[in-house]
Design a protein around this ligand. Structure first.
Ligand SMILES: [Zn+2]
Length: 414
């Protein structure tokens, strides 16, 4: 796999497809073309006779859409029964190699941007740099570095512990200094730890407010892990930009999120993965028990948020037990099962997620001036969302990665 175009290859490429979904419209365009030059989209419209020097990639009976965005991943984890135990045992070099492999899995699945919301030793920041430097083929990474939890709080092993407003302020400043491009705060317990319950509140309003203030000063967004109404309320009071999971949300809290334009990232697929594969993986009993509680609640939370009009972005929590990287289509499928139209689900996994990540001007839609992040799939995902699994071509920043058709068939020298 090679991301750089071969020497002497054409600079401008026109991608043609039977259907184009631009990431935000209500309808798809038929027989369209996306012209790409120097890594950016130049135009989106009807296919015309291209000018000389423009290469043509005719994808035929395919749908072209923006590269997908997964707003909740953990690249250091590789979907084993107890991924945190694996990371604890192995060397950081090996964990970094896992990260590289996990990043590649996303890219091949058509995910061209991920937000990593908690990485041991801040490894996601290194992955982000490696991708940017083209040392590593992978999606663009918005990295929280180390997640911030209270002492013994949820996911402390994916991050760092901080107690008191000034300690949280210092932790946020330190992560930003290390190169974090978003911040993750743990507002409640979760599913993985033994000595915690998903509903119990953790970081306080005062602690999170100090963290949010520092992140926002630096122009960075804050994601808060929160399950219960009380924890979600604390995070909203502190001014976070997204609630991760949010499975036990109620109608009043959903309305509050709509008013404050705070995103919900429901991560339904992680609960499905853990409940389906947990027993065969030999996941500990406490993980299975808590997963069963949360699975149904997370579907109801998503339906409620959809009904109330809460901003929603797609995220998988992949890397967690039984939930491999590159599985965003499964999350979008669950959204459709829980009441979203395929078009809505596609928006949650493209333009809406880009907005949440603060990348709305750069990615998430097919529009002139945006980065050329494209996904071509067989079939029509606006009819059957699982067509997203039939990846034919992935392009990130104008450089292509093959799907199931070879580069010779595509006629361009990637
Ligand atoms: Zn997570």
């Amino acid at each position: 796999m090679e991301l750089e175009p071969a020497e002497g290859s054409v600079v401008a490429v026109e991608y043609r497809a039977a259907r184009i979904f631009d990431g935000f419209s209500e309808q798809i365009m038929e027989d369209g073309a996306v012209l790409v030059e120097d890594g950016r989209i130049v135009s989106v419209g009807a296919a015309r006779e291209p000018s000389t020097g423009t290469g043509v990639v005719d994808l035929g009976d395919a749908t072209l859409l923006p590269g997908l965005i997964d707003a909740h991943v953990h690249l250091v984890w590789s979907a084993s029964a107890e991924p945190h135990e694996v990371v604890k045992r192995e060397t950081r070099a090996l964990t970094a190699l896992r990260c590289a492999n996990n990043a590649a899995l996303h890219l091949h699945a058509g995910v061209t941007t991920v937000r990593d919301v908690g990485a041991t030793d801040g490894l996601s920041i290194d992955v982000a740099r490696a991708v940017e430097l083209r040392v590593l083929p992978g999606p663009r990474v918005i990295a929280a570095g180390r997640a911030i939890a209270m002492t013994g709080g949820h996911g402390w092993f994916l991050g760092r512990e901080a107690d008191g407003a000034e300690a949280v302020r210092h932790a946020v400043r330190s992560e930003l200094k290390a190169g974090a491009t978003c911040i993750k705060l743990m507002a409640s317990g979760g599913v993985y730890g033994n000595a915690e319950e998903p509903g119990s509140p953790q970081l306080t309003v005062e602690e999170m407010s100090a963290g949010v203030e520092e992140a926002h000063k630096a122009g960075r967004k804050v994601a808060a892990h929160a399950y219960s109404v009380e924890a979600i309320g604390n995070a909203l009071e502190a001014g976070v930009d997204s609630i991760e999971h949010g499975s036990f949300i109620d109608r009043d809290t959903a309305r509050r999120m709509r008013e404050s334009e705070t995103y919900l990232v429901p991560t339904m697929s992680v609960y499905r993965a853990m409940s389906e594969k947990g027993p065969e993986l030999g996941a500990p009993e406490y993980i299975r028990r808590k997963t069963a509680e949360v699975l149904e609640a997370s579907r109801e939370a998503f339906s409620l948020a959809l009904e109330v009009g809460v901003p929603i972005a797609a995220g998988t929590d992949c890397g967690a037990p039984g939930h491999p990287h590159g599985t965003l289509p499964g999350e979008l499928m669950l959204m459709v099962e829980a009441g979203a139209s395929p078009m809505q689900a596609l928006r949650f996994g493209t333009s809406a997620a880009a907005d949440l990540l603060g990348l709305g001007d750069e990615v998430g839609s097919l529009e002139p001036g945006k980065r050329a992040d494209l996904l071509a799939v067989d079939g029509d995902p606006t009819g059957d969302i699982l067509a997203l699994r039939e990846v034919r071509l992935v392009v990130r920043d104008g450089s292509g990665v093959q799907g199931k058709h070879s580069q010779a068939q595509l006629g361009v020298g990637f």
